[in-house]
Write a protein that binds this ligand. Structure first.
Ligand code: APR
Length: 239
């Protein structure tokens, strides 16, 4: 394993993808047993797909949300939470994941750029609500009372991710950018490493294999998230 030897780190940005939750039993999207191997994303995860077949989309996201009750955060989630609590500088955690395992792993700040399974969005009043029960095309918005206007609060293909301004500010000001368990094929997240590099940051990739953007990272740590994230956090906290 390459020694960290990164000069004074005060501001860290961490980007996570589906790979950080894989060892908790949640499928990733593009691995051999991934969600997009079983479902056509253009039939499930676009506004057009929702218009075309809302029942299919409700079923898909209700099933993924219910699955969360049967899984638990893993050592990588917990280590990142520990880094947030114990690191002397600033740690900003942005995730592409829509699961709640970072929060259940103890993270007190999680920026969900692609939305959350435990949230619904009303297309009438545009309010978002926490949700823990199945919902569908008959469900009532608890805020405005509109019926049949609730949709998954998920950023679908062709939609603009959440919190992009805040994320951009963190990327351009960080000393260290770490990407964990993401394939680097979906933008804008796949471009974060370049934004961090432009700001002069050191960059580290943790992934079981090469990603589409591995070449942009100063350091690659190829291995499972539960091993490599724990080791890197220990090094960062050891200073
Ligand atoms: N440890 C480390 N890395 C892992 C592990 C693991 N245990 N398991 C899988 N990986 C890596 C894979 O090698 C792959 O590079 O995690 C990555 C998962 O890639 P994707 O399935 O493409 O998931 P992600 O990059 O998060 O997808 C980005 O695409 O479908 C959209 O909106 C969705 O947020 C998602 C976005």
């Amino acid at each position: 394993m390459q020694p960290l030897n990164v000069p004074a780190v005060e501001r860290i940005v961490i980007l996570t993808g589906a790979g950080v939750s894989a060892e908790s039993g949640l499928a990733t999207f593009r691995d051999s047993d991934g969600l997009w191997e079983k479902h056509d994303p253009m039939q499930i995860a676009t506004p057009e797909a929702f218009e075309r077949d809302p029942a299919l989309v409700y079923r898909f996201y209700n099933a993924r949300r219910n699955q969360l009750q049967g899984v638990n955060p893993n050592a990588a989630h917990r280590a990142l939470a520990q880094l947030q609590q114990e690191f002397s500088g600033d740690v900003f955690l942005v995730t592409q994941n829509v699961d709640n395992l970072h929060e259940r792993g103890g993270s007190n700040q999680v920026c969900h750029m692609h939305g959350e399974l435990n949230s619904v969005l009303c297309r009438a009043c545009h309010a978002t609500q926490r949700v823990f029960e199945d919902y569908d095309g008959q469900s009532i918005c608890p805020r405005c009372g509109a019926s049949g206007k609730l949709r998954p609060d998920i950023v679908w293909f062709g939609e603009i991710p959440y919190h992009m301004e805040a994320i951009g500010a963190r990327l351009s000001g960080c000393d260290l950018f770490i990407a964990v368990g993401t394939s680097g094929v979906v933008y804008p997240a796949a471009g974060f490493v370049q934004e961090a590099l432009l700001g002069g940051a050191h960059t580290i990739e943790i992934n079981r294999e090469l990603s589409a953007v591995t070449g942009y990272f100063h350091h690659q740590r190829h291995g499972s998230a539960t091993v490599e994230v724990v080791a890197l956090v220990a090094e960062l906290l050891a200073g």
